[in-house]
Design a binder for this molecule. Structure first.
Ligand SMILES: [Zn+2]
Length: 74
């Protein structure tokens, strides 16, 4: 299964922009807003078989709105 195809992302809880699932150097996933730059924390995986689970967790946290704004107060 393609990880990107299998995961649905809600709109950004801050600005309503589109969320983007990103993989960081082959060790973790996070979701970032393409408009305002808000993002989840990073979800690390150590084994290849944990890769998709980490991606799903990042997406789940994003969809719950547990997102950190890079510029509070803006
Ligand atoms: Zn946003």
């Amino acid at each position: 299964m393609d990880i990107y195809e299998g995961i649905e992302l809600a709109d950004c809880p801050y600005c309503g922009g589109a969320g983007l699932l990103e993989e960081e150097n082959g060790w973790c996933w996070y979701v970032m807003c393409m408009d305002c730059g808000a993002q989840t924390t990073q979800f690390e995986y150590r084994r290849a078989e944990d890769r998709s689970a980490a991606a799903e967790k990042a997406a789940m946290i994003w969809n719950m709105g547990k997102v950190v704004s890079p510029s509070p107060g803006e």
